[in-house]
Design a protein around this ligand. Structure first.
Ligand code: AMP
Length: 285
């Protein structure tokens, strides 16, 4: 596995692969890798000739300076995990390499970013769209891999790819969970032992909501029950729980037939913010 640190090196390598007819898979990450990331890399390795994994804790997508400062950074351990799962090249740029100058371009995704993560983390999706666009331009992948864990990010990137005509296929991978249901996340490493024990309640809340909706209970009453369930755990400070259309992300009051529905949650467990979601649809994304 090669480690590339400059944008020019990534461009040169991927251009050469393209000329040689190699299919390129890209897996963008912020590192502190877990099994969720590694499953994405394995999927990319199975479907492409070469796989680029990027690890970059992107400052422009953090609205909270503490979250950026405390985000786990483990490049050596990450590199050791990547080689055996089929990563061909690890792109590990510095902030200066990705942002030689502060970017002035601003993305506006309209209603897609006026809810949930976009509403609670101002500027977050602008930073995501900026860095993902840079990665797409630098590596020109045939396929790019993202996790359903970040459902709103998936919708934003789909829009980005469509609006800017990126010539690539997006592959969305289902959420990988711990045995107790907690969605794997790099931020789980920052949970205290107590908070870690309570964290699976977020998934339990989503499952409760899904069960009630499948029983055809009205959305408002389902939300109410889920909020009451979460209120029993004082370590969990809920930021939002939404029942939304899985594609437009807009909140739903009444579910219509054949609508893909997503239950989405964000909550603080002491000083760590976690998100999760559950789709009520057999089709996936
Ligand atoms: P991150 O490093 O958190 O930015 O995540 C990098 C990619 O891995 C994103 O596309 C995430 O959606 C995806 N991802 C993160 N956690 C999981 C998980 N538990 N299961 C599947 N994909 C995930």
């Amino acid at each position: 596995m090669e480690i590339l640190q400059s944008a020019a090196a990534l461009q040169a390598q991927t251009e050469k692969w393209r000329r040689d007819g190699q299919r390129i898979g890209l897996v963008p990450t912020m590192g502190a890798l877990h099994d969720g990331h590694l499953r994405l890399v394995q999927a990319a390795a199975a479907e492409n000739d070469v796989v680029v994994v990027s690890i970059f804790v992107n400052p422009t997508q953090f609205n909270n300076p503490d979250d950026f400062r405390l985000y786990p950074r483990l490049p050596e351990a990450d590199a050791a995990l990547l080689e055996p799962v089929g990563c061909t090249a690890l792109f590990l740029p510095s902030v200066e390499e990705m942002y030689p100058q502060p970017s002035k371009l601003r993305f506006d995704f309209g209603s897609l970013e006026q809810v949930m993560e976009g509403a609670h983390r101002p500027g977050h999706f602008n930073g995501v769209a900026t860095v993902v666009s840079k990665l797409f331009h630098l590596s020109r992948p045939h396929r790019a891999y993202f996790g359903q864990k970040d459902l709103q990010q998936v919708a934003i990137i789909r829009q980005l790819v469509a609006d800017l005509s990126f010539d690539l296929e997006l592959i969305i991978f289902p959420t990988v969970r711990e045995a107790d249901g907690l969605a794997m996340s790099s931020r789980n490493r920052r949970l205290s032992a107590d908070a870690r024990q309570i964290a699976p309640q977020l998934y339990k809340a989503l499952q409760l909501g899904a069960k009630l909706l499948e029983e055809k209970r009205p959305v408002a009453s389902v939300k109410n029950d889920v909020l009451q369930f979460l209120a029993m755990e004082e370590t969990i400070v809920l930021e939002y729980f939404e029942v939304a259309d899985a594609h437009t992300l807009q909140p739903i009051e009444r579910i219509s037939k054949s609508q893909d529905v997503a239950l989405c949650i964000a909550a603080w467990l002491t000083e760590v913010r976690l998100i999760d979601n559950l789709l009520i649809s057999d089709k996936g994304l």
